[in-house]
Design a protein around this ligand. Structure first.
Ligand SMILES: C[S@@+](CC[C@H](N)C(=O)[O-])C[C@H]1O[C@@H](n2cnc3c(N)ncnc32)[C@H](O)[C@@H]1O
Length: 415
């Protein structure tokens, strides 16, 4: 017999709650933006985009109307001043609250929202292994890390179920944003809505059980894990947490009460964000602790050389990992001279030789043009409104264009 989503939700919601949820699913989806504190503060953002509203929970985040502001096309997006994310997806990393001494694993990370938010919180320090099983999707994290100038992400493409024993008790925090049936995506994707079946829920639940046990094994004693999905089905939410509690010594961490959070009274482990209550698409979030005393120490940074390329990132044992990007890509070393990379330019706020470009010159540079601009010889950090754009090379009177061809998308950028 076919089970509908409404029937599935009757396990923990009453008829009124289900009706309200279904009414909300017919409304428009919500959009939010998370500011990159290394590049833009709240007041500057509000002066540029005045008609935004603060996110109800997350600091330095705002809800906005996509019809009014196309933030994805703005020059400030290209400069890495913010990350666009739906509002409920920002709550898990906010509650986990990673800090600069943390060694974090984000197990199912692509396109990187929760890693990015944690990186901002960690002030670009510590370590975040930002992993995804899909190589193609993991490369989307690399693109985001370059644009946002992140230096503490190590982006990997691994199946941790095969290597988790090697990293047992290795991480102070773990983010497990599990692949799920996606009922919290219905307003964003008709395809996900059409594809939903209860069989898919059960199939995802089996994968989630494997992932949560393997993630818990990698958590340090005293460490905290955040389990989340964008599914409304308790089979993928409370039941997975219950499975962990029944099979390990895991303990629940209580989340502060908030009228925007919904708690399943039969299984009050975590919180649901429903679009009928919270201005977002929907998420389930549960914080879990491994008993013990946490022993965290400062994460040191060091240089790594792969072939001719120089990287700088956290000192860690990456032996078993298929690393796509280790920290920040500093550049290519050739005959003892380093050709700085676009990633490094966005990572830096200052450089020994830097120059401010006006709107016209920024426009030209993004177009791939050489700039006829007198400047000290050598590599020069180019900035627009004080925000790093790229590292060009000056011969004293002209600045050679070094912008990667994929960034030359002027038609798409608005000033
Ligand atoms: C819900 S999405 C993650 C969204 C992401 N956390 C964010 O905030 O941007 C789930 C991801 O899990 C990945 N995935 C599926 N199975 C996996 C596995 N066994 N190990 C790691 N990643 C997996 C998928 O490729 C997908 O990118």
């Amino acid at each position: 017999m076919k089970i509908s989503l409404a029937e599935n939700l009757r396990t923990y919601l009453d008829e009124k709650e289900i009706k309200e949820l279904f009414v909300s699913l017919k409304k428009e989806n919500k959009h939010a933006v998370l500011l990159n504190p290394n590049k833009m503060d709240d007041n500057t953002f509000i002066s540029l985009f005045p008609n935004v509203n603060p996110h109800p929970i997350v600091k330095h985040a705002f809800l906005y109307d996509k019809n009014e502001y196309d933030l994805g096309k703005s020059i400030y997006h290209l400069l890495g001043c913010y990350y666009l994310q739906e509002p409920s997806a920002m709550v898990p990393a906010y509650l986990l609250n990673c800090n600069e001494n943390d060694t974090v694993l984000d197990l199912c990370a692509a396109p990187g929202g929760k890693s990015i938010q944690s990186s901002f919180n960690m002030k670009n320090k510590g370590l975040i292994i930002s992993n995804d099983l899909s190589k193609q999707r993991a490369f989307a994290i690399v693109e985001n890390a370059e644009r946002l100038g992140l230096g503490n992400l190590v982006i990997t493409n691994n199946d941790f179920s095969l290597i988790h024993e090697f990293y047992a008790n290795a991480f102070t925090k773990i983010i497990l944003d599990a692949p799920c049936s996606g009922s919290g995506m219905f307003r964003k994707s008709q395809e996900v809505k059409d594809d939903w079946t209860y069989e898919k829920v059960l199939k995802c639940a089996e994968i989630q059980k494997t992932l949560i046990l393997c993630a818990y094994n990698m958590l340090k004693p005293g460490g905290t894990m955040c389990y989340s999905t964008c599914s409304f089905s308790s089979d993928e939410d409370e039941d997975i947490v219950e499975y962990l509690l029944n099979n390990t010594d895991a303990e629940l961490v209580k989340t502060d009460e908030n009228p925007l959070f919904f708690v399943n009274k039969k299984k009050p482990y975590g919180i649901h964000l429903f679009p009928s209550v919270f201005p977002g698409e929907g998420h389930y979030i549960c914080l879990i602790k491994k008993p013990g005393e946490l022993s965290s120490k400062t994460v040191e940074r060091k240089s790594y050389k792969f072939g001719d390329f120089l990287f700088e990132g956290a000192d860690f044992n990456y032996k078993k990992l298929n690393v796509l990007r280790l920290g920040v890509k500093v550049g290519e070393v050739s005959k003892d001279v380093i050709k700085y990379d676009y990633h490094y330019a966005h990572y830096l706020n200052h450089f020994e030789n830097e120059i401010e470009l006006d709107k016209e010159l920024t426009f030209k540079y993004l177009n791939g043009d050489t700039l006829n601009l007198p400047c000290k010889k050598g590599f020069v950090l180019l900035k627009y409104q004080g925000i790093s754009l790229d590292i060009g090379k000056s011969d004293g009177s002209r600045i050679k264009n070094r912008i990667p061809s994929r960034i030359r998308n002027l038609n798409k950028v608005t000033f």
